[in-house]
Design a protein around this ligand. Structure first.
Ligand SMILES: Cc1cc2nc3c(=O)[nH]c(=O)nc-3n(C[C@H](O)[C@H](O)[C@H](O)COP(=O)(O)OP(=O)(O)OC[C@H]3O[C@@H](n4cnc5c(N)ncnc54)[C@H](O)[C@@H]3O)c2cc1C
Ligand SMILES: *[C@@H]1O[C@H](CO)[C@@H](O)[C@H](O)[C@H]1NC(C)=O
Ligand SMILES: *[C@@H]1O[C@H](CO)[C@@H](O)[C@H](O)[C@H]1NC(C)=O
Ligand SMILES: *[C@@H]1O[C@H](CO)[C@@H](O)[C@H](O)[C@H]1NC(C)=O
Ligand SMILES: *[C@@H]1O[C@H](CO)[C@@H](O)[C@H](O)[C@H]1NC(C)=O
Ligand SMILES: *[C@@H]1O[C@H](CO)[C@@H](O)[C@H](O)[C@H]1NC(C)=O
Ligand SMILES: *[C@@H]1O[C@H](CO)[C@@H](O)[C@H](O)[C@H]1NC(C)=O
Length: 486
């Protein structure tokens, strides 16, 4: 009796010890001893620790034993060597926008890439080196003086470029990964290497969609494109206009042909208010007459469409305005959008917002991304994502992204399940409508929850990716970090 309660107490004490992260303190100190003075380790209480663990979604944040900010690729190698030797759980965080808990957070060693922040333009080769720790608006602002831009997104650089990258310029140039020409990669054994199609074709393939499976990327070299001012902005429609907007989206999805034109409508419900918030973009100072009339002719609550810089287009509206809540994503990919599927989206929005707003729901959102059928035909070499089947002309899926936000961790499982269920219900309707037939799944790793089967993302590429992973990371170092693992 006495003995057994003693055992219970020591087990509890051990658990409490593990939960504080103190058990990884020694590994943090080993990192501190190994790195150069360009890098730094931070412990709880330090403002740089708090900054390092910041995530867009509160549900994706954890408290690690320490944060390390490497300043040079060689130090990333030294950190990985300590992690391997001590088998310490770790995380690699760049922008911190993942919706999946544990994908860029840990209780162990949290590597924050914020010091990799260069934007170096080389006019001769028409490329730019972009640090993985940056936020895209900074990249556009720094390239603006050279009148060029890259195929980026609206938020964090690292996870976006290692996952795929849907952009306003996707109709013209494909996914963001299609314009990457090189990666500066620290391999799991700590060796720093430059990966291009000619130096390491297998790794070049694997990194384009393979996230953190093959090591830690410090910089990307990307093709640049000439950048004039653009035309566009945000338009907000009230629910009274849903039927008109629905018709315009369905028409645009089938009839739009100009690759410089893009729309990004999000159906939303915020605290009971229903609306469509739509990005409208044209990659020239003035769109040809009539390009967006089907949308601009609809009366709106607000509209700020105008000629502006690309950086200004991206930062309007402030993307951080919905940060700080818990969140989950799930997507489906459709051949195109019909009025029937968009009406189903409206039904889902009504259903889930009514059901879950009382359970601390903050935002219910369905984003529709109508791209041209040719959008995945711009790649010069194969990539881990999307699959070769999805790359075939006319087979590229158009994402429909379901995103719910909430504020109380008690409801985490219920919300993640609800997002998934809503995507499944829409998939059933899309199937009946013939919007899925003949189209490969090709779910996008940045738009799905962690329960998604790998084969739904990587399809027929999976065996090749698994073999490459076994060759590059025989010690399974990268398994100590979260994420989709081959
Ligand atoms: C508001 C919002 C808008 C979005 N809009 C778009 C959009 O328009 N188009 C689109 O395609 N996606 C979009 N996304 C999804 C976005 O692409 C992903 O969240 C992406 O992972 C963000 O990258 P990050 O660096 O901020 O993420 P992080 O959470 O830092 O990282 C995500 C994953 O990538 C890994 N990783 C990050 N950096 C490295 C590195 N240097 N080396 C190795 N592995 C690394 C991490 O370990 C983690 O597993 C959006 C997300 C949000 C929240
Ligand atoms: C960092 O270390 C280098 C030598 O490795 C030294 O020359 C430099 O002065 C140091 N810088 C600082 C700020 O300590
Ligand atoms: C605009 O709407 C009309 C009428 O529905 C349609 O014929 C036309 O193709 C649409 N244009 C675009 C670009 O969607
Ligand atoms: C949009 O409105 C303009 C001006 O009223 C009109 O000329 C045009 O035909 C309308 N276009 C559509 C697609 O409704
Ligand atoms: C959004 O928040 C992050 C983290 O605080 C910050 O680094 C970034 O600059 C912000 N972006 C904008 C456009 O304010
Ligand atoms: C979110 O929840 C926290 C407490 O869990 C509360 O302090 C905060 O006000 C809430 N925020 C919103 C916007 O509801
Ligand atoms: C590190 O891994 C790479 C890729 O597998 C390999 O080529 C290299 O020899 C390894 N280096 C060391 C020091 O083990």
């Amino acid at each position: 009796m006495v003995l057994s309660s003693f055992l219970t107490i020591s087990v509890l004490a051990a658990l409490a010890f593990a939960a504080t992260g103190d058990e990884y303190r020694a590994a943090c100190e080993a990192v501190e001893a190994a790195i150069s003075n360009t890098s730094k380790v931070y412990y709880p209480g330090d403002p740089s620790y708090t900054n390092g663990i910041y995530h867009f979604f509160a549900s994706s944040q954890e408290n690690p034993a320490c944060v390390v900010e490497p300043g040079i690729p060689g130090d990333v190698g030294k950190i990985l060597n300590v992690i391997d030797a001590t088998r310490t759980p770790f995380a690699v965080k760049s922008g911190g926008h993942t919706t999946n808990p544990g994908f860029s957070s840990t209780k162990g060693i949290h590597i924050y890439t914020g010091r990799f922040s260069q934007v170096t333009y080389d006019a001769a080769s028409g490329t730019a080196i972009i640090g993985t720790g940056l936020i895209w608006d900074v990249v556009y602002q720094r390239l603006q003086e050279h009148h060029v831009s890259v195929l980026g997104g609206r938020i964090g650089v690292g996870g976006f470029l290692l996952g795929g990258g849907y952009s306003y310029k996707t109709n013209q140039h494909g996914l963001a990964i299609d314009s990457i020409v090189g990666f500066n990669l620290v391999l799991p054994n700590g060796t720093v290497t430059c990966v291009t199609q000619s130096t390491h074709p297998d790794l070049f393939f694997g990194l384009k969609g393979g996230f953190n499976n093959f090591g830690i990327v410090t910089d990307f070299t990307m093709s640049t494109f000439p950048q004039t001012e653009v035309w566009g902005g945000q338009v907000t429609y009230s629910s009274a206009q849903f039927s008109e907007v629905r018709a315009a989206i369905a028409d645009f999805s089938v009839y739009a042909q100009d690759p410089k034109a893009a729309v990004l409508p999000s159906y939303g419900n915020f605290r009971g208010n229903q609306f469509i918030n739509q990005g409208i973009f044209y990659d020239d100072p003035t769109p040809p007459p009539g390009t967006f009339d089907n949308f601009t002719n609809i009366s709106s609550l607000s509209s700020d469409l105008k000629t502006r810089s690309y950086a200004d287009m991206i930062t309007t509206p402030p993307v951080n305005s919905s940060a700080g809540f818990r969140g989950s994503f799930q997507m489906l990919g459709l051949s195109h959008f019909t009025q029937t599927i968009l009406e189903a989206v409206e039904d889902e929005l009504n259903f889930w917002s009514a059901k879950l707003t009382p359970k601390s729901g903050t935002l219910f959102s369905y984003t529709v991304e109508p791209f041209l059928p040719s959008y995945l035909s711009h790649a010069n070499s194969p990539s881990a994502f999307p699959t070769p089947a999805a790359r075939k002309l006319g087979k590229a899926p158009n994402p429909l992204l379901v995103y719910f936000g909430w504020n109380n961790s008690f409801y985490d499982d219920e919300f993640v399940g609800a997002v998934e269920e809503s995507a499944n219900r829409l998939a059933a309707i899309a199937k009946a409508e013939g919007l899925l037939s003949n189209h490969p799944l090709a779910l996008y790793g940045n738009y799905v929850n962690s329960r998604t089967p790998l084969v739904d993302i990587y399809g027929e590429n999976l065996p090749k990716l698994r073999a490459l992973r076994a060759e590059i990371d025989p010690e399974n170092v990268m398994d100590l970090a979260g994420g989709f693992k081959f």
